[in-house]
Write a protein that binds this ligand. Structure first.
Ligand SMILES: Cc1cc2nc3c(=O)[nH]c(=O)nc-3n(C[C@H](O)[C@H](O)[C@H](O)COP(=O)(O)O)c2cc1C
Length: 181
């Protein structure tokens, strides 16, 4: 069974980012017979804040091990001050720099303003490129006004981009599984 890890990088509860990454991860899992593990930095925050090296405090170490073994990472963060959240970055800073080579990564971000829509390209893509991970072509930014409390995305074009991302992610998982077989 393929392993899909959804990372929700928000400290907020409830979190639009969490709803988005869970939705994308579940849709890919349904198409690829995958199992989803959610890594939510809001839940890990106390232990994450105390973790400066590996092995990290539990349950952070378990989350890092899941990220390092994932067949697909669905990485989502809210945009805070023009970039991914600090706790999201701290989690990724603890990932072994050798572990994500070639791993498919779906990029998503939420934000209050369209002005930061390209943070997925300028901030998140280079972060995962530094691991030689395979970031998928369609990165998705969703502005707050386009996402409801249950995670429903109102804008048809954004919904279409998310569907494209789900397709790209499902193909990447299938290619990785057949290469491993
Ligand atoms: C500390 C902080 C800084 C923020 N900075 C930005 C920003 O620079 N650009 C932006 O578009 N939205 C910014 N926002 C808004 C959030 O990105 C937005 O509301 C997002 O949807 C929150 O995600 P969540 O519901 O998963 O917590 C900020 C929010 C907070 C709490």
């Amino acid at each position: 069974m393929t392993s899909i890890v959804a990372i929700a990088g928000s400290l907020g509860k409830p979190s639009r980012t969490r709803l988005l990454v869970e939705d994308v991860a579940r849709r890919v899992a349904a198409r690829t017979s995958g199992a989803v593990t959610l890594v939510d930095v809001a839940e890990l925050a106390p232990e994450l804040g105390r973790s400066f090296s590996r092995p990290a405090a539990e349950p952070v170490e378990t989350a890092l091990a899941a990220i390092e073994k994932a067949d697909l990472i669905v990485a989502g963060s809210p945009i805070y001050k023009g970039s991914y959240s600090g706790f999201f970055k701290h989690l990724i800073d603890l990932v072994d720099y050798r572990a994500l080579t070639g791993a498919p990564v779906a990029l998503l971000a939420t934000g209050g303003s369209d002005r930061h829509a390209l943070a997925v390209e300028h901030q998140m893509r280079p972060l995962f490129a530094s691991f030689d991970a395979l970031t998928l072509g369609t990165a998705v930014f969703v502005v707050d006004r386009d996402i409801g409390a249950e995670g429903h995305v109102a804008d048809e074009r954004v919904r279409a981009r998310i569907e494209t991302l789900v397709r790209e992610a499902s193909s990447a998982v299938a290619v990785r599984s057949s290469a491993a077989a």
